[in-house]
Design a protein. Structure first.
Lengths: 475, 309
């Protein structure tokens, strides 16, 4: 309070403040009534299109970007915003960073005043399926068909890695630009393996021969983030796709009846259960968070850990020098796997969206076009030790074993890439039951059949629920 | 001049009433309204769908299990907290040996008071982080390390705490009691100190020992504070959102396999990850009705004649 200590609060002051509060309260009433369905749709400001401004950005329109402050940090966004400011010096472009995307932005969506670009990522992500279902997003086709930033003769979509737009495509339209390129697999520390003269296994039989040796050396063969069963998707679902082929995962995503009751699922689950019942798990790992289990792995308490290629960057601060994090594709599970060795789950992640009701839709699309330039993509790889969806983004980056191994296995995999959507982003209720079942499986309280029954029942429930919008994919 | 008083008073009341209506009443009304719609939360349109959110709610196994878990906390948490707080407050204020100074607490009671009140000054986020380390499921967890050192627990089979369906609710209960007991101990201490010393001295002269003193004098004179504490603790037991989200497994908490779902985190998940704000609003309305019923029932049960002293 600005008053001197001991001075009296005068009646005049009180009345002045009351009046000020009443004035403040006026607009608030407008905000709340907007919740009830008023907020009008803005078409977004536009300028004249030209060769250097193919999307028709209004030069002086402010740009409001919200970045998820997670594994990739925010340095790359700072760089990209500066590129935008250089292109449009009159525009007031700025970004803010948060870990609570949904909590902070839901009211803005509900009011019809969302930001122009959102990095909709992290645990507090607004589920993309929900946004698509609410018609809240801009179709990104104009961006993809625009000339690329570096070469006017090449369209933006032709500068990207193969299949990276699939994950942001909903019923044929691209609504999300997943900027990061993530490779999933099993991680190990090549330095430890060299010291013990262990060979990274290419088949499940080799794994099973190696695991007792690892255990004899006083190291647990396997660690995972049991508190968040999502992470066990790497062996379970990746093996389902590798053993049964892409069609099994497509059927699962399309909620085909009994899609989970196939041999590939059971084979995969039973192999995972061998980890549990042979005592190859790090004791206590079934209740650990991702950071706890990842740190235990980096500290040398466990030999293998399933994770995505963000691992190296996420753990950078607590990784001792000399650690050689390396990614390994899923080992062959049976002699008759449908997909060959080296098959990877690789997908574009870190979705960027342009809300349909953004004030500066053209500016939002232009910001994404800038992010897809060679300059921005190289900077992203350098700053985050991660690949982006831009072709060749990491070719000039060195000094990181993890990124180098990811680049290598991804090139070797060619077109043998797997993806699944229903239990990662399409159907939140199914994701929830999949996690619950997997948590029970990894704690040794579920058999493979119990897991299948629970997940199949959840999938059937989603299929029968008319209030849930359905998605479909053919490839 | 009397007729001028009404506009004068109304002039002062209008601002707080307007603020209250805008920020408290209108969200309530909106929540009730949305609970009858299919609003997804991320658009500004919605359709009216009658009571189907409510019928859906009472067919939803996960929501119903959350109601059972809240009921578990509602029954046990206030009782355990109040009993423990009463015991501690009694020991700190009148539990010591009587001597020439009259009624006093146990030796070192002022230190204990600070120690026991300490959890109250910690924010929930800190409590969550603290207990994540206490209940860690490997040998680095405080409790597991202690039990392993004692030889009670096999280092290869550490206790699963929050990851065990049979332990998770008890662990939550323990954390809630731990973080609540200090405040109510101070509340009861203050109430005990306002009880005139002469009453205790009279009891002492009559030869009453600690037990009868507590049950015949302290407890009846504290009854009003206890009933208020019970209502407050009941509301806390109906919430529990931050603890469940932060401490229990699965995305958004409530695991393992829905063994610790509470209404609040089922509501949050329905709204923010499943995009069913209409359904979530219906849960919110149900929770509000439960809270009102709870307050009415508890105040009825604990209503006694006021003792003047």
């Amino acid at each position: 309070m600005a008053n001197q200590p001991g001075s009296e609060f005068t009646r005049r002051q009180l009345l002045q403040r009351a009046a000020a509060l009443a004035v403040l309260a006026g607009p608030a009433a407008g905000v709340l009534s907007a919740c009830a369905g008023g907020g009008g749709g803005s078409a977004g400001t536009t300028g004249t299109k030209s060769a250097t401004n193919p999307l028709g950005v209004a030069e002086d329109a402010p740009l409001d970007v919200v970045i998820f402050d997670g594994g990739f940090g925010t340095d790359y966004a700072k760089y990209d915003i500066n590129l935008y400011k250089k292109a449009f010096p009159k525009a007031n472009a700025a970004f803010s960073a948060t870990q609570k995307i949904s909590d902070q932005l839901q009211p803005r969506f509900a009011n019809g005043t969302p930001p122009d670009v959102i990095d909709d990522s992290g645990a507090n992500q607004i589920k993309p399926g929900t946004l698509v279902d609410s018609n809240a997003l801009t179709d990104l086709q104009p961006l993809l068909d625009a000339p690329s930033y570096d070469d006017p003769n090449v369209k933006v979509k032709d500068t990207l890695l193969p299949n990276v737009l699939d994950v942001g495509t909903y019923n044929g339209k691209v609504y999300l630009l997943n900027y990061g390129y993530t490779v999933y697999g099993i991680w190990y520390n090549a330095k430890v393996f060299r010291e013990h003269n262990w060979t990274p296994p290419k088949t499940w039989d080799q794994f099973k021969a190696l695991a007792p040796q690892i255990k004899a050396a006083g190291i647990a063969p396997w660690a995972h983030a049991g508190k968040y069963p999502y992470y066990m998707g790497v062996p379970i679902m990746d093996w389902v796709g590798k053993v049964g082929g892409k069609q099994v995962l497509i059927d699962i995503d399309n909620l085909k009846p009994n899609a989970w009751r196939v041999d590939a699922v059971k084979t995969s689950l039973n192999a995972v259960l061998e980890l549990v019942h042979n005592g190859w798990m790090l004791p206590g790992t079934e209740g650990m968070t991702h950071t706890e289990s990842q740190q235990a792995f980096i500290d040398g308490k466990a030999a293998f850990l399933p994770c995505g290629s963000w691992l190296e960057n996420e753990m950078r601060k607590t990784t001792p020098a000399g650690t050689e994090l390396t990614v390994l594709p899923m080992p062959d599970l049976t002699a008759s796997d449908k997909m060959p060795y080296g098959t990877l789950r690789a997908e574009a992640g870190e979705p960027f969206i342009v809300p349909a009701k953004a004030k500066n839709v053209a500016g939002g699309l232009e910001f994404l076009r800038i992010m897809l330039s060679k300059d921005a993509a190289r900077n992203f790889a350098q700053a985050t030790s991660s690949l982006s969806i831009v072709k060749g983004s990491a070719d000039s980056v060195t000094g990181s074993t993890g990124l180098a191994s990811v680049n290598k296995v991804n090139t070797a995999a060619g077109d043998n890439l797997l993806a699944y959507r229903s239990v990662t982003d399409w159907y939140p209720t199914l994701i929830n039951e999949w996690e619950a079942a997997t948590g029970e499986l990894m704690a040794g309280r579920f058999t493979a059949d119990q897991w299948i029954d629970k997940v199949q029942a959840a999938a059937d429930k989603v299929a029968a629920d008319s209030s849930i919008a359905k998605f479909h994919r053919d490839k | 001049m009397k007729f001028r008083r009404l506009p004068f008073i109304a002039g002062f009341l209008v601002v707080p009433v307007v603020l209250y209506v805008i920020y408290v009443v209108s969200p309530f009304v909106q929540t009730v309204f949305y609970s009858f719609t299919d609003w997804g939360g991320f658009s500004d349109t919605q359709n009216f769908i009658g009571i189907s959110n409510y019928t859906r709610l009472f067919q939803d196994d996960i929501f119903l299990s959350a109601v059972v878990h809240n009921a578990f906390l509602l029954v046990l948490m206030p009782v355990v907290t109040i009993l423990l707080a009463l015991f501690l407050a009694f020991m700190l204020n009148v539990g010591g040996r009587e001597d020439s100074a009259g009624i006093r607490g146990v030796r070192g009671s002022s230190v204990y008071k600070v120690v026991l009140f300490f959890p109250q000054v910690l924010s929930v986020a800190i409590i969550v982080i603290l207990f994540q380390s206490v209940f860690r499921t490997d040998g680095r967890g405080l409790l597991n390390a202690f039990l392993m050192a004692l030889g009670v627990v096999d280092p290869n089979q550490p206790v699963q705490w929050f990851n065990s369906p049979s332990l998770v609710m008890w662990c939550l209960l323990a954390v809630m009691v731990w973080s609540g007991v200090g405040f109510y101990m101070v509340l009861f201490s203050a109430a005990m100190q306002s009880i005139p010393k002469e009453i205790y001295e009279a009891a002492l002269l009559d030869g009453a020992s600690r037990g009868p003193t507590f049950f015949r004098i302290t407890l009846p004179l504290l009854w009003e504070n206890i009933s208020v504490a019970w209502v407050y603790l009941g509301f806390i037991a109906l919430d529990g959102f931050a603890l469940v989200t932060g401490l229990t497994p699965d995305t958004g908490g409530g695991g393992p396999d829905h063994a610790s779902e509470l209404i609040s985190n089922v509501l949050y998940r329905a709204a923010f990850t499943q995009g069913k704000f209409g359904l979530a609003c219906a849960m919110g309305v149900a929770l509000a009705v439960f809270s009102l019923l709870l307050a009415i029932v508890q105040l009825r049960i604990t209503r006694r004649d006021r003792i003047e002293f």
